[in-house]
Design a binder for this molecule. Structure first.
Ligand code: GLU
Length: 476
């Protein structure tokens, strides 16, 4: 259980922020300006459902408007509260600055258990919530652009986009009012898996740096590494799937709502996901051992621990027992400030949330740009690129026909090389580059500055420095 003596999520983020600003030399007052959440709007609205008016409570917090629009998901969960959305909005500010997406930070939430409502009811509720936010410019292509988060996905984003378009019939950029939409409603290829893919790219980048691997007391690369993932939702599922399918890692534990499955031989992520979809949980899954108190599996031996569910799951009560030498925070705020200190002292390396799960907002940025430019990425250049490649291949074929040179083109080369990049390839390339660049910026600070003990503070330093520069540029 989480300890009572722990600070709230918002305070936990503030403590991490303060640890970083102590190492900076910000002009007087700027620290406070960056730290505070600018505004939080609370709305209570009624929807007539099941023969009566049901009242819902929703929030949209705007943490920092040093860049606009502000950006961040909308979460649907019964536990949503003001402290949480404000903490999440603050993390969005730091995340966007770290991965250089030109946004301020925001976050929204609706107190609702989406599993309790039918699809048509959820649509009515979502449209009404979207209406309340849009009429105050808290959904707006140039002011505030929501996205999916826990409990929401493409479907909800499509309803929000449509609701906004109905309210703004002459706005040619209306589709850019929200990201994470389905392709047919103005979405972009690769957005659904973006956060999970970003986690994979982050780990790939980490394992490119022997010095960093050594800090975690590890060696080698991702191949054969034992991974435990908490939460097989959109983020955890994709991260675990890509790591096991593309990088040779072995998923040895999956923690879900109703318990956990462990199997040292490796779990087939796709199969387990299917089992959860049909049986409502992981219990009775035949290919592994069921552990009823799933949270205990966070403490199992493994190489990489991926908390990809809720905040505060690694806390004062269990931090000392965590055995993984490397934790990557796919969720927002999974490690409390207190737990962070314990882990740091133990030498655990944590790849922090503001970087690790930034793949989602990165691809959201690409989607927003696509919506504003009204053209799919790659549409103009794909065939031209292919034509250029064809020229080269023909020349190589001509040369390899010359027996004296003794050349031969390897199998599949032609097919692979000829293909020009379409939207998905470009999104992946942009995401990969973003994750590499941001990691390098963080690690430079981590290694070069004496007082910087960990990647989290390095991430905050890079990010706060950029935010401070943009305030300075505004003359504040
Ligand atoms: N909800 C996601 C996050 O926490 C995505 C935000 C976005 O795409 O704007 O980063």
């Amino acid at each position: 259980m989480k300890q009572n003596s722990e600070p709230s999520f918002r305070d936990s983020v503030n403590m991490m922020f303060s640890r970083a600003v102590k190492l900076m030399d910000l002009p007087p007052g700027l620290e406070e300006k960056i730290r505070v959440c600018n505004a939080t709007y609370t709305v209570r609205f009624g929807v007539r459902l099941r023969g009566q008016i049901q009242t819902f409570t929703g929030y949209r917090a705007v943490h920092s408007e040093h860049m606009e629009p502000v950006k961040g998901g909308i979460r649907y969960a019964s536990s949503v509260n003001q402290d949480e959305v404000e903490a999440l909005a603050a993390l969005m500010t730091f995340k966007c600055a770290l991965v250089e997406t030109p946004f301020g930070g925001s976050k929204g939430g609706l107190c609702i258990d989406p599993r309790e409502w039918d699809e048509h009811e959820l649509e009515q509720i979502t449209r009404r919530f979207a209406y309340e936010l849009a009429k105050r410019d808290l959904i707006h292509p140039s002011q505030n652009v929501p996205a999916p988060d826990m409990g929401t996905g493409e479907r909800e984003m499509a309803w929000i986009a449509d609701q906004y378009a109905r309210m703004n019939t002459t706005d040619i950029n209306s589709r850019a009012c929200v990201t994470g939409k389905p392709i047919n409603a103005g979405g972009i290829q690769g957005r659904t898996e973006a956060t999970g893919r970003g986690v994979e790219y982050a780990l790939q980048e980490f394992f490119r740096h022997p010095e960093d691997i050594a800090k975690a007391g590890m060696s080698g690369d991702l191949d054969g590494k034992r991974v435990i993932v908490q939460g097989l939702g959109n983020v955890g599922y994709h991260a675990a799937k890509f790591l096991s399918e593309d990088d040779g890692s072995k998923v040895t534990g999956v923690i879900e709502r109703d318990g956990a499955i462990v199997n040292e031989e490796g779990i087939d992520v796709e199969e387990l996901r299917h089992w959860i979809a049909t049986h409502g949980g992981v219990a009775n899954y035949p290919e592994g051992t069921f552990v009823e108190d799933g949270s205990l599996v966070l403490e199992h031996e493994c190489d990489i621990l991926i908390p990809a569910a809720l905040e505060g799951v690694i806390h004062l009560g269990n931090a000392a027992n965590i055995k993984a030498p490397l934790i990557i925070e796919a969720a927002n705020g999974p490690v409390t400030a207190g737990a962070d200190e314990i882990l740091r002292k133990k030498g655990t390396v944590i790849i922090p949330d503001l970087y690790a799960n930034a793949g989602g907002v990165t691809v959201s940025y690409f989607e927003w740009v696509k919506n504003l430019s009204h053209i799919r990425f790659g549409r103009m250049e794909k065939r031209q690129e292919e034509a250029q490649h064809l020229l080269l291949v023909s020349e190589l074929e001509r040369l390899s026909a010359d027996k004296e040179l003794g050349w031969e083109l390897s199998k599949n080369f032609k097919d692979k090389f000829l293909r020009g990049a379409g939207e998905l390839e470009l999104v992946r390339s942009g995401l990969d580059d973003t994750m590499r660049t941001a990691y390098q910026a963080m690690r430079e600070v981590w290694h070069d500055r004496d007082q910087v003990e960990d990647l989290r503070i390095a991430g905050y330093l890079v990010s706060i420095d950029r935010i401070a520069s943009s305030y300075r540029a505004k003359g504040l």
